[in-house]
Unconditional design. Sequence first.
Length: 251
Amino acid sequence: MAQTIALIDTIKRNLKQRKITYADLAVRLNLSEANIKRMFSKRDFTLQRLDGICQVLQMDFTDLIQEMQYGSSELEELSIEMETELVSDPYLILLTLLVISQWEFQDILDTYKWTLPELTKLMAKLDRMRILDLLPGNKYRLLLSRHFKWQKRGPVHKFFAEKVQQEFFSTQFDTKKGELLLVVNGMLSRSSNKQIQRSIQRLAKEFDELSKEDAKLPQSEIFGTSVVLAIRPWELKEFTDFRVKPLDKKF
């Protein structure tokens, strides 16, 4: 029973974090809100219902179990002020990305031009910001949740948006160099748009999982990789201007 209670509490916490109410969950599972409340109060979940809830949360059942076992006291996002501090120093944001990718202290020192005192000072700053805990022997423990994300339209997003425009697309996207660019156009309904968004989110999750797994490999076998995924109702301005009636931009 204790494990059942812990699992239900983990589900509730994830629903709250994603601002999904019982009413929202009822709609997505095609149940009444009363049934959802009864299910949680009696702690009576079938495997089918658990699978449905995991889909709503965009989590695997194994993720749910791991979070139940280890808890989730880590930060899920930083404040605007903290993000602003990170992007104010290119070396600080670089180090933050490296520790998020679970780089070892010595690998960072061997790969980049920091001296030992410089790197130690920056790591201490991330410790003060509670992004990580510094441990003896140049070890650290990351304090960011597995669900960590940058503030939407926050300082870090803006920082990378500028870099994407300036640098990311200035290449021929040669597949032999591990590059790929696809531009796909078409007409989608609102429901199809949402389906594509879910697919993008699943791909982003897969990227994150592979990144964490590959972090265990030697640095000589892995390399920095960026993926830009986006979808929006949009067409070229020249096409829009050529329409008989103005384009309805409501979605």
